[in-house]
Design a protein. Structure first.
Length: 256
């Protein structure tokens, strides 16, 4: 019992660390800063942070969400990202158990989580992240390589066709009827969305993969409607919804 609790604590802090990296990377990408080589420092005073000031979740509460050097507030989004990712990691391990498959999905979902925050912050996802995601998705866990590659190509092709049709509607029909010139250059989906959908399909197969995409689309409907009501022209980041759809579908697949 004690060893099991210790294991879940390790998983919790592993998830919190991924959440901490994800929100930091997303903020730095949005600010055009280097998120790999640059050391961790206070965004306000620039003071370099010590290792004990970087402990996920604990440091935020211990410092009372303030910098130890200049006293500026540390945003709530950091601890929310850490705690959210931590509990999602624990949930995945609880459902799949302590095995290689569980570790595999932690890595895959960790990548999706980082991409989701980056998409939310700046609508930008590094090509290297996508390459890693595709590579991980084709590892023969749950299905052989050939099956995963087939599903990956099917989902990428399906999304490409969907993007072509919806983009044609937006640029040629909707733009004409609404007299909105900005719509003539707007795309329905980003290239990253297609690749991520392919990676999700490779892991879930056709049935649950389609279910995951359907769930993602349903989750995106409400904010899309709100954008229309408040007449916001900003494009809706779709990767977070893809990540949510994947998490729900993979858990449902395992339970069923």
């Amino acid at each position: 019992m004690a060893s099991e609790i210790f294991y879940y604590i390790l998983v919790f802090f592993a998830g919190a660390s991924v959440g901490s990296f994800s929100i930091t990377a997303a903020n730095r990408i949005a600010s055009n800063k280097d998120f790999i080589r640059a050391p961790s420092a206070c965004d306000n005073c620039g003071e370099l942070l010590k290792f004990y000031e970087l402990i996920p979740v604990i440091s935020w509460f211990w410092q009372k969400n303030r910098c130890n050097y200049c006293g500026s507030k540390i945003g709530y989004e950091i601890v929310i990202s850490e705690i959210t990712c931590a509990f999602l990691f624990v949930g995945i391990v609880y459902i799949f158990g302590a095995n290689f498959q569980s570790i595999y999905f932690l890595v895959f979902f960790g990548l999706l989580f980082a991409m989701s925050l980056s998409d939310l912050k700046s609508k930008a996802i590094y090509d290297s992240w996508l390459l890693i995601l595709v590579t991980v998705s084709l590892i023969p866990v749950g299905a052989d390589f050939a099956e995963k590659l087939k599903n990956f190509l099917i989902f990428c092709g399906g999304f490409f066709l969907l993007d072509f049709l919806v983009t044609f509607y937006i640029q040629n029909i909707k733009a004409k009827f609404t007299n909105n010139e900005s719509l003539k250059t707007q795309k329905a989906l980003g290239d990253a969305d297609m690749i991520i959908a392919g990676a999700i399909g490779a892991n879930l197969g056709l049935v649950f993969g389609l279910g995951s995409i359907f769930l993602a689309s349903c989750l995106a409907i409400i904010p899309s409607i709100l954008n229309t009501i408040y007449k916001k022209d900003s494009e809706l980041p779709f990767v977070p919804f893809l990540a949510c759809g994947f998490l729900i579908a993979i858990c449902a697949k395992e339970v069923m």
